[in-house]
Design a protein. Structure first.
Length: 349
């Protein structure tokens, strides 16, 4: 019996390995066509966003209930450029693509935050890190992006010091952060701070760390990490219509008044059903409309130059399928003029 069991397990492992090898071979054979499918998905995303800019009454803002974000067209739109269109399983030649569009302005630009000590302190605190960790990390972040090789006072984090002594040595970048993953190379940045952690069992999660309701929410009990709070490329302002409770709390001051204002904003913009990304949402349609979302929860800190109602940079995720072959692509696009969008990056994931 043992011999038969062992042979069965060996055969199963071999079959699984062959299945993986076959899938890799299929992806390699179809690699060029999959890449074109990925690029087609990016162009489709550009078209969707360009159409959004031309819709009367909706072109002045970006919200989670719009087609680009939700994939659900509004039957009240006349004319409706998205009628009959789906962002899921869209046919392109012999293949199919599914695209997801996420605006970057739903988060804070990390390159702006690096030099804002108070904002960084609040962000690190929200991840649950210790004060000693915050001190090291804030200095190391400045050293990572500043153009010189001089360490911050008392913190040997620059080239020739900390990074050069690592088992696999490297240098500080000495330039702006282009990809948020760079943060994992910075001294003091732990995976817990970057990815966030689960709240201790049996405790009620802090609402400002959950990230809001509906499509902007983190899983219950999940504490926001830097990946949930920051992005690398965006305009300076945060989009009040798409940001999470955690991000809004951070931007508005990180205190109790900011938390109250953030929760009020998300509750008011979500509409009667209390869920972001549905047709009854009531997002701010112009900067002056932001005060409506804050009704009953205005923060004590100035916010007028921190919040916007539009986004400029978007991440496009394209899941391409050609027969049994699969591949995911990720791109960043930025608005250039009223209807044009420029591809900043495109990579296979």
């Amino acid at each position: 019996m043992l011999v038969v069991l062992a042979m069965g397990l060996t055969a199963g492992a071999f079959a699984y390995a062959m299945k993986v090898e076959a899938r890799l071979a299929q992806n390699t054979t179809s690699g060029g066509e999959l890449t074109w499918l990925g690029l087609s998905g990016v162009e489709l995303a550009k078209w969707v966003l360009a159409q959004q800019n031309q819709i009367p009454g909706e072109g002045a803002y970006h919200g989670l209930n719009q087609f680009w974000a939700s994939g659900i067209d509004n039957p009240d739109l006349l004319p409706n450029p998205y009628e009959g269109l789906s962002l899921k399983d869209f046919p392109v030649g012999d293949g199919r693509i599914t695209i997801t569009i996420l605006d970057q302005e739903r988060k804070v630009n990390i390159n702006r935050a690096v030099y804002d000590k108070v904002l960084l302190e609040h962000a690190i605190s929200m991840t649950g890190a210790q004060a000693s960790d915050a001190d090291v990390l804030m200095s190391a972040l400045v050293d990572w992006v500043d153009p010189d090789n001089n360490s911050q006072p008392g913190r040997p984090a620059e080239t020739g010091d900390y990074y050069a002594r690592l088992q696999v040595p490297y240098q500080a970048k000495n330039g702006p952060i282009d990809d948020l993953g760079e943060l994992l190379k910075v001294r003091g940045m732990s995976r817990a701070i970057f990815f966030g952690v689960q709240s201790p069992t049996g405790t009620r999660p802090d609402p400002r760390r959950i990230g809001g309701v509906g499509s902007t929410a983190l899983p219950a009990g999940q504490v926001a990490g830097f990946k949930d709070l920051f992005c690398a490329i965006s305009i300076p302002q945060v989009n009040v219509n798409t940001a999470s409770v955690a991000v809004l709390t951070l931007v508005l001051g990180g205190d109790g008044a900011a938390e109250n204002a953030a929760e009020t904003i998300v509750r008011n913009r979500a509409g009667p059903d209390g869920v972001d990304g549905t047709q009854d949402d009531t997002p701010a349609k112009n900067p002056g409309d932001i005060t409506r979302l804050m009704a009953g929860g205005a923060p004590t800190a100035p916010w007028q130059n921190l919040l916007a109602v539009r986004s400029s940079v978007f991440q496009v995720v394209v899941d391409a399928r050609l027969g049994p072959a699969r591949q995911r692509y990720v791109a960043l696009i930025q608005q250039q003029g009223p209807q044009g969008y420029l591809t900043l990056t495109f990579r296979q994931e």
